[in-house]
Ligand binder design. Structure first.
Ligand code: NAD
Ligand code: DAU
Length: 359
């Protein structure tokens, strides 16, 4: 995509898609807490991944919540038209988090991912062009595929993803996000859309659905169960705290060039086995007390992000001590059992139907 010269944006109104999910709701909380001048509207389809409790109390801080889909052309057009017309004190932006986000679900229902992630992004981009509104598209490092394990001696084993890495998605989830990235770039080049894209690594922190790796293990440990690791557990993810991700998104909104792509990561590479060992220690259990279960088909081996593009905007992560961030996250789940109990039961019954404990 062709990047425009850098200029500061003064954003005073945002439409946050997917704002009732994990990262989106943390973005709304952080925006309300740190930028009281910004008016926030949330558009969320309230799928299984949303939790109304994520936004509880925020209406008192002027946050408006609209239940609906990013694929609904008329609704999206109306909301972005209103956003454009009422942002006369500054600029308006759509911050697009809404997605089907879980790889395991993409294996069972791939078309839903294409519909929401790819088509939904195109619907938003088209309406943003029509009404002259900036679009920030929140994407993932998974669009670049995976890397060999460090120290394996294989080509790429010491690499990280950069803004020049080729797209090589391996799941329908990551392919649907990659398609969305391409569509945003095409709208910039051929339709004059003002847009930025960020590709972030694995997030952790409060309000993440218990279907995902860390909350699944944390809530299981609270229930007295052993962590469950897919396959060998050697797979590496590059962990970043959700607040650091969202601060980086704001850095891109403020200072990112239109047409620019920014990779967000916090130098947090860790294997899955290392993560469950750290959790076991936090729970006062033997580090190696975990079970290996059926591997994920097509399971990506290693993700690692070179964050220099976003660090050049002046952003730095605040959560640089992973065990400390993990301990705070564990405390949040201990203190919010009511938030996760039902969704954990639902997620676990689906997992237990298809997982076998490996000998
Ligand atoms: P999530 O599954 O917790 O939340 C997604 C939200 O989108 C939910 O509230 C859901 O109801 C909503 N949604 C789903 N379909 C919708 C539709 N058609 N219209 C409107 N809303 C809809 O996901 P998350 O982990 O918070 O991820 C948010 C975004 O960040 C996604 O785009 C994901 O690809 C990206 N991302 C996630 C991570 C991560 O580690 N979780 C890392 C990098 C990028
Ligand atoms: O890299 C960014 C991506 O990170 C985001 O784009 C996705 O939306 C987000 O879900 C996440 O994808 P992953 O597939 O890496 O996350 P997940 O939490 O599903 O799994 C993390 C790792 O843990 C992965 O190697 C699979 C493994 N795993 C997962 C579960 C649920 C286990 O070993 N056991 C489990 O029970």
């Amino acid at each position: 995509m062709v990047a425009s010269p850098r200029r500061l944006r003064r954003i005073t109104r945002v439409l946050v898609t997917g704002g009732a999910g994990f990262i989106g709701s943390n973005f709304v909380h952080r925006t309300v807490g740190t930028r009281p001048e910004v008016e926030v509207t949330v558009l969320d389809a309230m799928t299984y991944a949303a939790n109304p409790a994520n936004l509880a109390g925020l209406q008192d801080h002027g946050v408006t919540v609209v239940e609906g889909s990013v694929c609904d052309v008329d609704l999206v057009d109306r909301l972005i038209r209103e956003l454009a017309s009422s942002a006369d004190r500054g600029e308006a932006a759509v911050v697009h988090f809404a997605a089907e986000s879980h790889n395991d679900n993409a294996l069972r229902d791939p078309l839903r991912f294409v519909h929401t992630n790819t088509e939904g992004t195109a619907v938003l981009a088209e309406a943003c062009v029509r009404h002259g509104v900036h679009l920030h598209h929140v994407s993932t490092d998974e669009v670049f595929g995976d890397l060999p394990l460090r120290g394996s001696g294989l080509p790429g084993a010491e690499d990280r993803f950069t803004v020049d890495s080729p797209y090589r998605p391996s799941s329908v989830y990551s392919a649907s996000k990659a398609s969305a990235d391409h569509l945003v770039r095409a709208f910039v080049r051929s339709h004059g859309l003002s847009a930025t894209i960020s590709n972030c690594s694995n997030n952790y922190g409060p309000r993440q659905h218990p279907e995902k790796f860390l909350p699944r293990q944390i809530t299981g440990l609270i229930e007295g169960e052993s962590p469950r690791v897919y396959g060998s557990g050697e797979n590496v993810r590059d962990w970043i705290h959700v607040d650091d991700h969202n601060d980086a998104v704001w850095a891109v909104l403020d200072r990112g060039v239109s047409g620019g792509t920014y990779l967000i990561g916090a130098d947090g590479e860790r294997s899955n086995v290392d993560c469950v060992r750290a959790l076991n220690v936090l729970f006062g259990r033997p580090a190696d007390d975990f079970v290996r279960v059926t591997d994920r088909p097509g399971h990506d081996l290693r993700y690692a992000v070179d964050p220099s593009s976003v660090r050049e905007l002046g952003w730095t992560p605040r959560y640089t001590d992973f065990p400390e961030g993990l301990a705070a996250t564990v405390r949040w789940y201990r203190d919010h059992r009511g938030w996760w109990e039902t969704s954990r039961k639902d997620a676990e019954s689906a997992y237990r139907d298809r997982e076998e404990v490996l000998g």
